[in-house]
Write a protein that binds this ligand. Structure first.
Ligand code: ASP
Length: 304
């Protein structure tokens, strides 16, 4: 019985599209890629794809990764510019190269080869206005170019969100994928957890997970790998997310602004978060339509 799960309310697009693939006996990998592409296509979503918030210099830099749990293969791209579908570029890295992660100029070259390169990227009008305002607020202050000042200003910009998607297909194969423009107005070259295998995503033959939230915290914990490890040891996806988010929260270090969704080989799903609010979307054979679940509890872990 196929199942698909995705982060945030825009995850509905990924789930609807991915579900079409799964219900036509398509693979989990195809479902995840197709679903994420749909979110990347929507320029009104400002945390994924070319409609996303730019870095501090006004350039959109994107991170994405995909992992096939049935073969333990993964592909990933980070801080890529002028790429329409970073999730597809990540899949190309996985399937057409002998590497896992490609960044910078090399990623741009690959994007050109695979027809994913976009010559000109224009910021969305509302995004551009916000960025200009932010820049203006920086230069109004006394030390406009100091890195310290910049870091302070950026630490207040904790606006983000990643499309993370995990699917299991008819044959029990599990895949996971992520795509994001990362933190709003981040420093140029900043890479979050999303394209890092083990942090932003992980999948094997027992389960899959993706994370969203403050990448700097998620990375330290290697959140997705931890959750899938628990699933591999026999916990359900729901138990696994609960155990890990609870442990991280109790430990009291770097637990803010993180969330994880997971799926296990028995098609059970789970999500837990330390956000004030977190939403995720699920579709499976036992549901009539994609369902959005809301986790609402302040500063503590919650698990579905
Ligand atoms: N984790 C992403 C990053 O830090 C952003 C997010 O998922 O909210 O780039």
């Amino acid at each position: 019985m196929p199942t698909i799960i995705a982060t945030w309310n825009f995850g509905i697009k990924a789930v609807e599209t991915g579900w079409k693939v799964l219900s036509n006996e398509g693979s989990a990998l195809d479902a995840v890629e197709a679903g994420i592409r749909e979110v990347e296509n929507d320029l009104s979503i400002h945390s994924v794809g070319l409609g996303g918030y730019p870095n501090i210099e006004g350039v959109v830099e994107l991170d994405a990764a995909i992992m096939d749990g049935s073969t333990l293969s993964a592909g990933s791209v980070a801080a890529v510019r002028n790429v329409r579908h970073p999730i597809t570029l990540a899949r190309k890295v996985m399937e057409n190269t002998s590497h896992v992660m490609i960044v910078g100029e090399g990623a741009t070259k690959l994007a050109k080869i695979f027809g994913l390169y976009v010559e000109e990227v224009k910021l969305q009008q509302d995004v551009k206005l916000e960025w200009e305002k932010f820049k203006e607020s920086l230069s109004l202050s006394s030390k406009p170019n100091s890195l310290e000042l910049l870091s302070k200003a950026l630490s207040k910009q904790i606006v983000h969100d990643t499309i993370g998607c995990v699917a299991i297909d008819k044959f029990g194969r599990i895949a996971a994928g992520t795509s994001t423009s990362g933190l709003k107005f981040k420093l140029t070259g900043r890479v979050g957890d999303s394209p890092i295998v083990g942090s932003g995503l992980f999948a094997n033959s027992f389960g899959g997970a993706t994370a969203t939230g403050l990448g700097e915290n998620i990375m330290i914990h290697n959140l997705s790998r931890l959750v899938v490890e628990r699933i591999s040891e026999g916990l359900s996806a729901r138990e696994a997310v609960k155990v890990e988010i609870e442990r991280i929260t109790k430990n009291g270090k770097r637990f803010n602004e993180l969330a994880v969704i997971a799926l296990d080989k028995n098609e059970l799903f789970g999500a837990a978060s330390t956000f004030d609010k977190f939403e995720f979307v699920v579709m499976s054979d036992s549901m009539k339509r994609p369902t959005t679940f809301k986790l609402e509890r302040k500063h503590t872990f919650v698990a579905f």
